[in-house]
Design a protein around this ligand. Structure first.
Ligand code: AMP
Ligand code: ZN
Length: 464
């Protein structure tokens, strides 16, 4: 039985969905104004692991992950680049979807964008106004924090010293600034994106977006809400306040929060400037699956300190597993099965599942695989591996990888954008009469299953 730590209760609890075997879960998605960094991806990978393990346990999943495509950051960046908000966010949504494929993240059932859900947000605000939980001031609408006795139950914040009626307009702020927060914002600048409403033109606050999108697709009470620990306050605290005051029902049963990926003792973040994108790492030659392995190797409830040495070590460990599998696939062995290995596989499977049931303890689950590999390697060396053992071992690896997602992914597969970059480089080389380089690129692409055809209109490509 899967047990998860629930930030709301502070306890490790059994997960029992509201409705039969269907789990409804929501994950706060990326704010799409820039490339995602690997801190962001630590959280997305840990949500992917939760999703995959739930499926592995036979649950059906409705998983919603939004795109935050209107907030302080997206608006500022679009203004700075002099492009429309839509153009900017379209660009980074495409980048993110490609990064998801690179990291072998499964696609959630629904990926709504905030700007496509303005009517749902307005209707939430209307309900809050009608029930006296919100008020209008100078064209903005605020949530009256003092009217909700449950405020602080997730982050355990103490509201003493909070000044009644004092307000905060920013999307992100810290606990010292716990005040009435903004649901709907009047424009601050000329030309800011906005929507017409009964209380004036404006745009939604970030917190409101997630309440509106999650309840739209998952109902007014649902099972699991996910995000990084930095979202506990104020984002998730505010989501609870808005949603519960609008509906009068409990909003979410389980809150699943992933600890930080850190660099030298600090959170990796755009604002600190200490971040690496997934693409930075791939460009440095790290394999995406080594990155995924490194991200899952530390259980999501523990901080993960990012180092290049750690990443190289993860790459080696993964190589070892892939090698082991290759050797098994190629091994010829006599029929039958050795009782010791049959037992070792059964033990490893039980330990893998117990580890994952234990609040997704990936270190324990991976440990089970590695100790099985040690046992099997001894059997191979002694010549006691039998055909039945080989099948059982391969089957277990495939099963575990449904959850881990690090072995099955085709390492060699190039992304469309990488192919196009290489074709551009090849054309440049040909233009420079550097035929050595242009041949090299053609061969490299052919090895990865990409065929080129040079036509008058340019170079076309297809996968073999
Ligand atoms: P944002 O685009 O800032 O809303 O972040 C997207 C997701 O990444 C959120 O769930 C954040 O909590 C998470 N996140 C941001 N920085 C980190 C980090 N250093 N480690 C883990 N998760 C993070
Ligand atoms: Zn959110």
């Amino acid at each position: 039985m899967l047990k998860l730590r629930n930030t709301l209760s502070g306890l490790v609890e059994e997960l029992q969905p509201l409705e039969g075997r269907r789990v409804r879960m929501y994950a706060c998605g990326l704010t799409v104004y820039d490339y995602g960094h690997i801190g962001n991806f630590r959280t997305f990978v840990s949500v992917d692991l939760l999703r995959r393990y739930l499926k592995f346990q036979g649950f059906e999943i409705t998983h919603v992950m939004n795109f935050t495509d209107v907030d302080d950051n997206t608006i500022d960046r679009a203004a700075r680049e002099r492009v429309s908000l839509r153009e900017l966010t379209d660009r980074y949504i495409d980048v993110f979807l490609e990064d998801m494929r690179t990291l072998n993240l499964e696609t959630p059932e629904l990926m709504p964008r905030a700007t496509d859900h303005i009517p749902e947000m307005l209707s939430l605000i209307e309900r809050l106004l009608k029930r006296g939980y919100a008020y209008v001031s100078e064209g903005s609408v605020y949530f009256r924090v003092g009217a909700f006795p449950g405020y602080g139950k997730l982050s355990k914040i103490n509201l003493e010293g909070n000044i009644a009626g004092a307000r905060v307009d920013a999307d992100k702020y810290d606990k010292d600034n716990a005040r009435d927060f903004v649901l709907w914002k009047a424009p601050k600048r000329e030309g800011e994106p906005g929507w017409e409403t009964p209380w004036g033109r404006g745009r939604p606050g970030w917190h409101l977006e997630c309440s509106a999108m999650s309840m739209r697709y998952l109902g007014e009470t649902f099972d699991i809400h996910c995000g990084g620990v930095d979202l506990i306050f104020p984002h998730h605290e505010n989501e609870i306040a808005q949603s519960e005051c609008a509906t009068g029902k409990p909003f979410v049963r389980f809150w699943y929060h992933t600890e930080f990926l850190q660099v030298e003792g600090e959170k990796m973040s755009k604002s600190l400037g200490n971040y690496l994108t997934l693409r930075d790492l791939v460009a440095k030659g790290f394999k995406p699956m080594a990155i995924r392995y490194a991200l899952i190797s530390v259980p999501y409830r523990r901080q993960l300190n990012f180092t290049f040495d750690g990443l190289r070590a993860a790459g080696k460990t993964l190589e070892g597993l892939l090698d082991f599998r290759r050797r098994l696939q190629e091994a010829t062995c006599e029929s039958g099965a050795s009782p010791a290995l049959t037992e070792a596989v059964a033990r490893a499977r039980a330990e893998f599942i117990e580890g994952m049931d234990d609040d997704l303890n990936t270190a324990r689950a991976l440990g089970a695989i590695h100790s099985l590999v040690r046992d099997a390697n001894i059997a191979v060396a002694e010549g006691s591996l039998r055909a039945g053992d080989r099948e059982a071992l391969l089957e277990f690896l495939a099963e575990a990888d449904q959850v881990l997602g690090v072995l099955g992914h085709e390492e060699g597969e190039l992304l469309d954008s990488e192919i196009q970059d290489l074709i551009r480089e090849r054309n440049q080389a040909r233009g420079d009469r550097n035929f050595g380089r242009s041949d090299e690129i053609r061969i490299l692409l052919a090895e990865r299953g990409i065929l080129l055809e040079d036509t008058k209109a340019g170079t076309r490509w297809r996968r073999k």
